[in-house]
Design a protein around this ligand. Structure first.
Ligand SMILES: NC(=O)c1ccc[n+]([C@@H]2O[C@H](COP(=O)([O-])OP(=O)(O)OC[C@H]3O[C@@H](n4cnc5c(N)ncnc54)[C@H](O)[C@@H]3O)[C@@H](O)[C@H]2O)c1
Length: 316
């Protein structure tokens, strides 16, 4: 077995900029929509009461990927990140492993990137001002990618005031605010653990766009069922969103059906309409897709092949 390159956290971030991740993730959604890229729904393995593991495979462009990743909400209290894991990228022709990558950095990049992709596709044309609700790791990456895509300034809200202050300080003109101040912006990103409601019906001002990123597993929700049912709905992938996403509660209550929800890939491909009109409130449910990981991991692999980043080597 030849030696296998391993890209650590910092090397992944050096290999793929937020702007590159946004374009790659956009392209990944188009390829999923066209059927060129394939992705079964992710598999959850609960680890009560701590959190869950997810196995996420995808295949496309001669590569196959498996991400083995976690969400352990109690970890920050132990001084550990909520999300951890590893990605194996393989050759889709021979099955041979090609590279191991840190999954935390790939997840952060692709999650932030999808917020920018969905905002470009669904927010009102002149919307620029951002509200971030939940300023932990992925809230920060959503803000970074929105900033890279030309959105901002923004208002950051987090009950952990230092997290909101640290995030606001990263970008010119951004500030710390209350929940209400953050949810009244034109583009609202919710990136909390999904254990309490942060968006209710009263928060749905005309013309707003909501990226709901935090509810990425069964039992999590950031918006009330009534709020979800009142929006024009979009998702990354219906199976995941209806069983372990922001839409799940409204689907289970019989208030939302498949016909009411449009896949982001269909909007990007021009196969389905996006925002219905200037006054609509659009809600994008992100559950996190393996094709997003493939989009970013393949960009990192290319950067390594071109010699723009170095990797450690292991022999299995
Ligand atoms: N959609 C996706 O693709 C995707 C990808 C990765 C993570 N996630 C999910 O995103 C969520 C956040 O992950 P993270 O890694 O950023 O976690 P994190 O622990 O780093 O950050 C969560 C932040 O939310 C804040 N918070 C808690 N309750 C809040 C409330 N009521 N209002 C506002 N802020 C609140 C916390 O103080 C913390 O700063 C998790 O549920 C995770 O599973 C989703």
């Amino acid at each position: 077995m030849p030696s296998l390159p391993v890209l650590d956290h910092d090397s992944v971030l050096a290999a793929v900029s937020p702007a590159a991740a946004i374009e790659r993730v956009h392209d990944g959604f188009l390829r999923l929509h066209s059927g060129d890229w394939e992705m079964p729904p992710k598999v959850y393995l609960q680890s009560p009461p701590f959190g869950d593991f997810r196995a996420m495979p995808a295949r496309g462009d001669g590569l196959a990927l498996l991400k083995w990743i976690t969400s352990f909400p109690g970890n920050p209290a132990r001084g550990l990140p909520t999300v951890n894991g590893v990605i194996c990228l393989s050759d889709a022709e021979t099955g041979l492993p090609l590279m191991l990558l840190d999954a935390r950095s790939v997840t952060a990049l692709r999650t932030g990137a999808v917020a920018a992709v969905a905002t470009r596709a669904l927010a009102a044309a002149d919307a620029r001002i951002v509200g971030i609700v939940g300023c932990g790791l992925h809230g920060a990456w959503a803000a970074r990618c929105l900033d890279a895509a030309g959105y901002g300034p923004g208002v950051c809200f987090d009950p952990a005031c230092e997290a909101a202050a640290a995030l606001a300080a990263r970008f010119h003109g951004w500030s710390v605010g209350t929940r209400l101040e953050a949810v009244r912006r034109e583009i609202v990103c919710c990136v909390t653990p999904g254990s309490e409601i942060v968006i209710d019906v009263g928060d749905l001002g005309a013309g707003r766009h909501l990226n709901m990123l935090g509810a990425d597993g069964p039992g999590k929700a950031e918006a009330s069922i009534g709020a979800v049912a009142s929006c024009s709905l979009f998702c990354d992938e219906w199976e995941q969103a209806s069983h372990g996403g922001e839409l799940t509660g409204a689907v289970q209550a019989g208030l939302v059906t498949r016909e009411q929800v449009t896949d982001l890939g269909a909007v990007l491909a021009g196969a389905a309409p996006g925002r219905p009109g200037p006054a609509a409130v659009t809600l994008f449910d992100s559950t996190g897709l393996a094709i997003q990981d493939l989009a970013v991991a393949s960009a990192a692999y290319e950067a390594w092949r071109q010699g723009s980043v170095q990797a450690q080597e292991v022999t299995l």
